[in-house]
Design a protein around this ligand. Structure first.
Ligand code: CS2
Ligand code: MG
Length: 408
């Protein structure tokens, strides 16, 4: 069996999805996702200029050897651009394998450990009351877990100011449009004074059963993060995400000494070598790496197994930038993983997205039920895709009030 051709498409409804389609001499094809948010053309170029010419002629069933060939063969290892490109190939090869076996991928991993996988929605408000409405909306839809973010008084340019209608609900996102980033001004002291009380009020308003998550988005120093984690303990969070920038993994030691709040980290990670220390030293409770950014199913499944040895559970990244192909790969891992935790879920469900990526994964009462179709269980409509083209975007940048560059 041989790979005969592969194509890369960039574009989608409101997002620049990078979709890889690998064709074989037996008519079976596989789909993969290389969407590196706001830098989408780079993994696409890597695929087109180097990886695809090498793929042609290879036996697609040897997904492990092909992954090693590209990873080791690059000589310069890791990095989000390369890993997203390898990730797309790896997903597509698993998709082909599942179709050849006539089995959904979760069966190839070891079958289902659960029927439905719990997901969380993003509730966001310009202010606290607006946030309460947004949480109530998701609770009314049956969500059992909600990430809560809101504007902080005195910080008008901070994230989450742009309303976007998605699926059944309204939510807010940062403004990524244009090649030049928007500037947000951030004040750590104001945030630290305001947010613990807001989280406590949410707990009081919605009761003990709602799983409440909060994302600090790397915006505190290690000492501040430890203080903040201690302060939010009464709100009994499901998790506190990215309290500090993840490059400084020592920071978590201080936090652990001061708080038992569950910690989730890893959405910017791209290899096991970003995760292993935090997992082995048991400095986190949830690992957030995504299948696309992490180089595909092959390496991410190994990370999940390593995490399981240390009682760390999964909480894969699932921001709106993730294509339904990556989300499908994660849905199969979520169905199988004995140490599944939760899934961030913001992608599927818009009619335009469903038209471009037809699938039978179902979402009901805050749970995702993976499709039984062979492979990833998601298809790609090229006619639909042809309606969209690439639109450059950029993550905002964050400055402190005196102008100092900070972390988005
Ligand atoms: C966020 C992301 O989903 C999350 O937890 O941190 O929305 C993040 O801002 C984007 O994925 C950046 O690309
Ligand atoms: Mg996050």
């Amino acid at each position: 069996m041989k790979i005969t051709d592969a194509k890369v498409f960039v574009g989608g409804p409101g997002k620049n999805y990078v979709t890889l389609k690998i064709m074989t001499d037996q008519g079976v094809y596989g789909l993969g996702d290389a969407t590196l948010n706001n830098r989408e053309t780079l993994p696409a170029a890597y695929l087109q200029d180097y990886l695809i010419p090498n793929l042609i002629g290879m036996d697609p069933r040897n997904s492990e050897d092909i992954w090693q060939f590209f990873y080791r063969g690059a000589y310069f290892r890791r990095g989000p651009i390369a890993m997203a490109a390898f990730g797309a190939i790896d997903m597509a090869l698993w998709d082909i394998k599942g179709k050849l076996a006539n089995m959904p991928l979760f069966q190839l991993f070891g079958g289902k450990s659960r029927e439905g996988a719990m997901v969380y929605a993003h509730a966001t408000g310009a202010d606290r009351e607006d946030l309460m409405d947004s949480i109530a909306h998701y609770v009314s839809l049956g969500y059992k877990a909600v990430r809560v973010q809101c504007g902080i008084p005195g910080m008008p340019t901070a994230s989450y100011a742009v309303p976007e209608t998605k699926g059944q609900g309204k939510h807010y996102i940062s403004d990524f449009s244009g090649i030049r980033p928007k500037v947000e001004v951030w004040d750590r002291a104001r945030y630290m004074r305001y947010m613990p009380g807001a989280l406590m009020e949410i707990r009081d308003r919605f009761g003990p059963d709602l799983h409440i998550l909060h994302d600090v988005h790397h915006r505190l120093t290690p000492r501040e993060a430890a203080q903040f984690a201690k302060a939010v303990e009464p709100a009994n969070l499901f998790w506190l995400e990215d309290p500090t920038p993840a490059e400084d993994q020592n920071a978590l030691k201080l936090l652990r000494q001061h708080s038992t709040v569950p910690i989730a980290i890893g959405e910017v990670f791209n290899s096991v070598y970003d995760c292993n220390r935090l997992i082995e030293q048991e400095l986190i409770d949830y690992i957030r790496i995504a299948v696309t950014y992490g180089g595909g199913i092959t390496p991410v499944k190994r990370i999940v197994d390593l995490a399981g040895l240390h009682n760390v559970r999964t909480g894969f990244h699932g921001a709106p930038s993730h294509s339904p192909i990556c989300m499908a790969a994660q849905a199969h891992l979520n169905a199988w993983a004995p140490n599944f935790g939760i899934q961030e879920y913001l992608v599927l469900g818009t009619p335009a997205c469903d038209a471009m990526f037809p699938a039978n994964h179902k979402m009901e009462n805050g749970m995702v039920y993976v499709s039984d179709a062979p492979g990833l269980g998601v298809d790609f409509d090229e006619t639909e895709a042809a309606r969209y083209s690439y639109a450059p975007g950029s993550h905002p940048i964050v400055r402190l009030e005196d102008g100092t560059m900070w972390n988005y």
